[in-house]
Structures are given as C-alpha cells and as structure tokens.
Ligand binder design. Structure first.
Ligand SMILES: NC(=O)C1=CN([C@@H]2O[C@H](COP(=O)(O)OP(=O)(O)OC[C@H]3O[C@@H](n4cnc5c(N)ncnc54)[C@H](OP(=O)(O)O)[C@@H]3O)[C@@H](O)[C@H]2O)[C@H](O)CC1
Ligand SMILES: [K+]
Length: 468
C-alpha cells in the first residue's frame, strides 16, 4: 500500500536517478488501454476526461493506444492550452486525434460507452475544485462504465469519482478500497527498485515545513549530549542541527568544555552537567547522544540518558553500550555506526544483511556509514549513494548525526529522518566538491545545507509556505 506522498517520493527519486518520467507515463497509458480492452473488448466509444497534471497525461497516452481499435474522444477540462508541461506536451504528441475543451464534456459523456477518469492522481490535494468538481459529478451520474487512472479522482474527499475499475500503478494507493475504487487492477509500469530503496530528493517531501503561526520550539527542540572529550564534535552536530531547521538546540557537556563550545556560536545554548542529567534535557523532542563523548564516559549517566529518552540518535562511543541495553523498540532510536563501530557493537561484519538483522533484533534504525550509507529499520533496506572521498575527514559523521537528530526533533519518524539526513549530508559534500574540489571543510558542508534544501525540495511547497 503506497501513500500519495510515498508515490510522489518515488516519482521524484526516479526523475533524479533515471531522468524524465515520460517512459513511465507511456507505460502507464498503455497499461490502462490494455486493461480497458481486456475488460470491455474493442470497438467501444470512449470518453477520456483529463485534468492538467500527469494523471491527465496518462489518459492522453491511453487514448493514443485505444484509438487504434475504438472510437475515442479526449476532453481537457482546463482547455488544451493547460496541457503545458513538457511531459504533457509529449503525451499530446502521441495522440493524433482532437483534444476538446470542457464545453464538449456533456456531449462526450452522453455518446460514450466508457468514461476514463484521468482528472486527478496522486498529485491532488483536498477536495477537487472547479471545473473538476462538476465533471466528477457528471461522470458519477452518467450511468456509463467508468475506469479511473491510478486513483479515483478526488479519492478521500466528498467529491470523488466512483469507478467500476481503477487501474493503479506499482501498488495500491492508501485509502483505496473495493467500495470506493471498484475492481482494483495493479500494473507494474517499470519503476526500478532503486527509485524506492535509495535515499534521494523525494525524501525532501517528508520534511515538516513550519506551519504559519507556529511559535518558538514547535519546529524542533534538540538536546545534544556530547563534546565531553572532543568539544568540536558537539559544535559540528549542533550547528548542523540548526542548519537543518531545528528551532532550539542545547548542548549538554562538561564544565571545562562548556565555555569552549559556547564560544563557537551564539545560536545554540550550552549547559554543563555534573553527576546527573537535568530533567529539562528530556523535554526536548529528540536527544542526540555521542558526538565527541570520548571513550571514558560515565556509563551510568549515559545508560540513564538512553533509557529515559523516547527519541534518540546514538553516535560514536556510546554505541558500545547498545548490546547491553536489550530491546529498544517502543522508542524511536537511530544508531549511526561506521564499519568498525558496527563490528564493535554487534560482533558482526558491517554488511547490509547484518545491519538489517541488528536493526530488527534491537528495534532500532541502523545507519551504517560508508562510501554508500546503508539505512535499515530491520524490515526494509535502503542505501544512500553519492558523496566523495573528502568525506573521510573528521566531522562528517558528527554532522550527519546532527542532521538526523534535527529532523527527528521536527517530528520526522526515525527511518524518514535517516533517509533524508544521509541524502542531505552526501549532497552537501558533493555541492562543496563542485565549488572547491577536494579542499572543502565540514564548515563548508554545514554552510551548504540550506542550498541542498533549496536545490532539491519541492518548489511548490516552499513557494506556498512563502506565500503565507
Ligand atoms: N510513478 C508513477 O506511478 C507515475 C505516475 N504518473 C501519473 O501521474 C500522476 C500524478 O501526477 P501529478 O502531476 O503529480 O498530479 P495529478 O495529475 O494528480 O494532479 C496535479 C494537478 O492537479 C492540480 N490539483 C491538485 N489538487 C487539486 C484540487 N483539489 N482541485 C483541482 N486541481 C487540483 C494541481 O494543481 P495545483 O496548482 O493545485 O498544485 C496539479 O496541476 C499519478 O497519479 C499517475 O497517474 C505519471 O504518468 C508518471 C509515472
Ligand atoms: K484519476
């Protein structure tokens, strides 16, 4: 079962890794025409009702196949000129019949035996607006056989097509049932596994944008326990967390290192801890434990932090404690070992299958860092490619831990935060490499984080936020 957002994630990743989606649109349109002919036979009169997104494009491609053995009319509900994206223009080129405007809708529906609903797919938000709403009502009262493409248009809102058949792609979409979608036919349209199981720009879709009107602390609170031995690691993690959009970051460190860490930025807060952990630290939405802690940490305090935290990222030295802490499921835990840390904490070779086994048996998300990061929650195995050899410098792991914990502090679930965090980390490194070759620093990488967001996030979302 795919959510609309997961489906959009796969599309975005496909575009990024494999180029344009048009091949998929061709496959989607062909799949629809095959199902229509399998179900109803040839020689039908078919009315294809199209919106101006890619769902409409699938409809036009289906029309270009169906017209070979049926009588076909195509309606563009917002007029032919609305089919203006490159993908839609290419879809229109496949079809050599006329494309009518909305004024022909009534006649087209009246004359047909089958209506194909290509109005809205997984790119829809909320209740369909006009002219789609009226078209949906007309389709539903037409008495004709109705086939929806991918999802019934308007699914989940009060104005939705009620089809006899839905031809859906890759997997059933969230919310679809036999009652609201009719007979559900799932067709593979050739999406490679990698578009699903590789971190990419599609993971940006899950970034929680600040709600207009939200106030301080609603968009991330993070407690960083670190810098007890190596103060710079805590500075890097805290700065990376701020760059990823966390509202409030507080570093808990030793009395000696607190002033040093504070002197590096006025944007995070610093507190020194003694024999016990201040209660307020657990009020943060997420805890990051580990960067720069060193090997000689107080096991009692560190175990206490892990046991008390609900959402926690564990990095570096405290990872050694993990085998002694039992099952952590029930909490949201991410562990971020590199190869030798993984060996130490698990006693297993640092390979994807073992990362998966460890994640499953401990109820955690494992981010096994390397030339290719492995990300697993014990059920699914993802990888994050990209990055470059300069990432072997000290501090890139601290930065990754800061990014993942910041995303969790903003409410992202552990696995989603890990996918997006690894993608941002490697993309920041690659962006720095474009500019400075191998001679960039971790500070440069942190500086590149906002640009990574801007380059890869869904422009529409950013714009709609700006519009408020
Ligand atoms: N990988 C795949 O499975 C492929 C799927 N394909 C098909 O593409 C659609 C998704 O296409 P997309 O372009 O993202 O979105 P839609 O076609 O669903 O619609 C987007 C347009 O609709 C407008 N919109 C959104 N909500 C509403 C509403 N409530 N009322 C009216 N209009 C609405 C939206 O405009 P906005 O300005 O509001 O953003 C868009 O213009 C998928 O379902 C498949 O059918 C591809 O073929 C590729 C492979
Ligand atoms: K549809």
């Amino acid at each position: 079962m795919l959510s609309y957002l997961e489906s959009a994630r796969i599309d975005a990743n496909y575009r990024y890794f494999y180029g344009d989606l048009f091949r998929l649109m061709l496959n989607a349109g062909r799949a629809v025409s095959e199902v229509v002919e399998e179900e109803f036979g040839k020689g039908q009169r078919i009315c294809v009702v199209c919106g101006s997104g890619n769902n409409g494009g699938d409809g036009i491609v289906a029309a270009s196949e169906l017209i070979k053995s049926n009588s076909v009319s195509v309606i563009a509900l917002r007029g032919r000129e609305s089919l203006s994206t490159d993908m839609l223009k290419r879809a229109v080129e496949t079809y050599n019949g006329p494309i009518e405007g909305p004024e022909m809708l009534d006649q087209c529906i009246a004359n047909c035996t089958i209506v194909i609903d290509a109005i809205l797919g997984v790119g829809a938000h909320g209740t369909p607006r006009e002219p789609y709403a009226s078209a949906i009502r007309k389709i539903n009262t037409s008495g004709k056989a109705v086939v929806s493409i991918d999802v019934p248009s308007g699914l989940g809102s009060e104005i939705a097509v009620r089809p006899h058949i839905t031809v859906t792609f890759t997997d059933v979409k969230e919310g679809m049932t036999g009652e609201n979608s009719g007979k559900i036919v799932v067709r593979d349209i050739g999406i490679p596994r990698d578009a699903v199981y590789r971190a990419g720009p599609g993971d940006m879709l899950f970034y929680p944008y600040p709600e207009p009107g939200s106030h301080k602390g609603m968009n991330g609170t993070l407690s960083v326990f670190g810098g007890w031995s190596y103060y710079g690691s805590a500075v890097i993690a805290a700065r990376a967390a701020l760059a990823a959009g966390c509202d409030l970051v507080k570093v808990y460190t030793t009395r000696e290192n607190a002033p040093l860490i504070a002197s590096h930025s006025f944007e995070y807060m610093v507190s020194s801890i003694g024999d016990s952990v201040p209660e307020e630290a657990f009020r943060s939405r997420c805890i990051l434990l580990g960067p720069g802690l060193g090997r000689d940490f107080d096991r009692r305090i560190v175990s206490q932090i892990i046991m008390r935290a609900q959402r926690i990222v564990l990095d570096a030295d405290p990872l050694r404690l993990l085998p002694h802490l039992g099952d952590l499921s029930g909490k949201e835990v991410v562990v971020t070992p590199h190869a030798s840390e993984f060996r130490d904490m698990s006693g297993m070779d640092p390979v994807p299958e073992n990362a998966m086994e460890f994640a499953k048996s401990h109820g955690v998300v494992v981010v096994l860092k390397g030339e290719e990061d492995i990300i697993t929650d014990g059920n699914s195995l993802y990888r994050c490619t990209g990055g470059n050899p300069r990432m072997t410098m000290g501090g890139t792991g601290d930065m990754l831990a800061g990014l993942i914990s910041a995303l969790m502090s903003k409410g992202m679930p552990a696995l989603r935060a890990s996918l997006l965090g690894t993608f941002i980390n490697k993309s920041a490194a690659d962006m720095c490499m474009e500019r400075k070759g191998l001679w960039y620093s971790v500070s440069d990488m942190i500086g590149a984080v906002p640009e990574v967001f801007l380059r890869y996030s869904d422009g529409a979302k950013i714009n709609s936020f700006r519009a408020h």
